[in-house]
Design a protein around this ligand. Structure first.
Ligand SMILES: C[S@@+](CC[C@H](N)C(=O)[O-])C[C@H]1O[C@@H](n2cnc3c(N)ncnc32)[C@H](O)[C@@H]1O
Length: 265
């Protein structure tokens, strides 16, 4: 494929709830018909899909500022200098330092990006959760072994072709021939990505925003009754898949049915 990068299978560097690496083999045949286009992920999360599809051009957006700050530092060529140890005491002292940076308004610093990576890989289930006072409050993860990555040179080579933004999806400026893959938080109670969560109103707002786009759209979600009904109502074609497992706050990894909805394809 002329317009596809072949970086040797870069894995998503973070753990991210709702990661769709398992969906990539199903998305690839669809994407390959459009791979000359720009891939837009309005809710990009941990980048499992973009890293799986390896587009030449991409616009990657997420409302989570820490996540996008980390990607933007990777794009500049990140080398992690802070000590990385899978140790409880260490974890809580790094967590405290991360919260100090937030309080000081230094969330966009290199140190914040490094700490975010460390906390994501070392904390419980890769969760990203904050208390009412905006303090990161995920407990230590108790993993047996963690393979931390310090050098992001390989990622930088790929990321420098892509654009990263941190906004609500509706703020994005999309071009008519962009290929959009949208993966909103599941239609469930569990919301731990960002302040305010993702309500039913947001699910509807997302679909309404998407259908204003004349180009190809792929949308995934959990196959709840109202999601299937909503996507059908807005003219999406729906296919069902069994998700292999999910990260959830209580560690429940039971499979769930998912929908892959397409429009203009
Ligand atoms: C299911 S995750 C995406 C996972 C991603 N596809 C992957 O494979 O890693 C949904 C993402 O939507 C983001 N999000 C939630 N509300 C948003 C909003 N209003 N605008 C943009 N992104 C939002 C969350 O921060 C989260 O990263």
């Amino acid at each position: 494929m002329k317009n596809t990068l072949h970086a040797n299978n870069l894995k998503p560097p973070l753990k991210w709830a709702g990661g769709k690496r398992w969906l990539v083999p199903h998305l690839k045949p669809i994407w390959e018909q459009y791979s000359q286009r720009r891939l837009v992920e309005p809710l990009c999360g941990g980048l499992a899909v973009t890293l799986g599809l390896m587009p030449e051009k991409a616009l990657l957006n997420d409302v989570n500022t820490h996540l996008i700050n980390f990607f933007q530092w990777v794009q500049k060529g990140l080398y992690i200098d802070i000590p990385l140890e899978n140790n409880e005491e260490f974890y809580y002292s790094h967590r405290e330092r991360f919260n100090v940076l937030i309080e000081e308004g230094n969330m966009n610093s290199k140190e914040a990006a490094e700490l975010f990576y460390y906390l994501n890989r070392t904390g419980f289930n890769g969760l990203c959760r904050f208390n009412q006072k905006d303090r990161f409050n995920v407990p230590f993860g108790r993993y047996k072994k963690i393979n931390y990555i310090r050098n992001y040179e390989q990622y930088m080579e790929v990321f420098k072709r892509w654009e990263f933004t941190c906004n609500d999806f509706e703020e994005l400026s999309i071009k008519d021939n962009d290929f959009i893959y949208a993966d909103p938080p599941y239609d469930v109670e569990f919301t731990s990505y960002s302040k305010g969560g993702f309500t039913w109103k947001d699910q509807v707002r997302l679909v309404r925003w998407l259908v204003g786009h004349p180009g190809p759209i792929v949308l995934s979600n959990q196959a709840t009754e109202r999601i299937v009904e909503l996507y059908g109502e807005y003219g999406f074609n729906i296919k069902y898949y069994d998700a292999p497992r999910r990260i959830s706050c209580n560690g429940d990894r039971t499979p769930a049915q998912e929908v892959l909805a397409t429009r203009g394809i």
